[in-house]
Design a protein. Structure first.
Length: 162
């Protein structure tokens, strides 16, 4: 997860979970956005080979054919957010962790709410799997793309976990 440098390229596609935009800069994927939510801040600039590959992997992942996306990524955020996002990468496909579990994993057990905040600021949902973070009581909690998409992603992983 290096620094974001260079010109950002941005490409949008329709997927089974709605219109998604993916950005790349400096040879790394930097953002994945649900166009119904925060997509207005990005203007389409065209697809690069890396963005084409990103959509190929995303479509395969959404079809249950891939368990992980393997793309070069670069995300901007505070040191705390970076620790949270790194911890999210350790949640296995088909698994979940509570916000408090992530706070414990990064050595800040009192920071459950801050973990939730870092999840809301995750620039690469799905690729950095914040959809796998749920509430301690088992309810799914919020999600950047909306709770219907979060439920869809969790169910998809459960179905393909075997």
């Amino acid at each position: 997860m290096g620094m974001d440098m260079g010109v950002k390229m941005f490409c949008c596609r329709q997927t089974v979970i709605g219109r998604i935009g993916i950005a790349e800069s400096g040879g790394a994927v930097t953002n994945l956005v649900f166009m119904g939510q925060a997509g207005e801040q990005f203007a389409e600039t065209g697809c690069t080979p890396l963005l084409e590959e990103s959509f190929r992997q995303l479509d395969a992942w959404l079809a249950g054919e891939l368990k992980a996306l393997s793309l070069p990524i670069s995300v901007q955020g505070s040191a705390f957010a970076q620790r949270v996002w790194t911890a999210l990468l350790d949640i296995p496909y088909g698994g979940t962790a509570a916000y408090g579990d992530i706070a414990d994993a990064i050595g800040t057990p009192a920071a459950t709410r801050a973990v939730g905040s870092a999840c809301r600021r995750n620039p690469l949902p799905i690729i950095i799997p914040c959809h796998r973070v749920t509430r301690r009581d088992g309810s799914i909690g919020g999600y950047l793309g909306g709770t219907d998409i979060k439920r869809y992603l969790l169910d998809l992983e459960q179905r393909n976990c075997g």
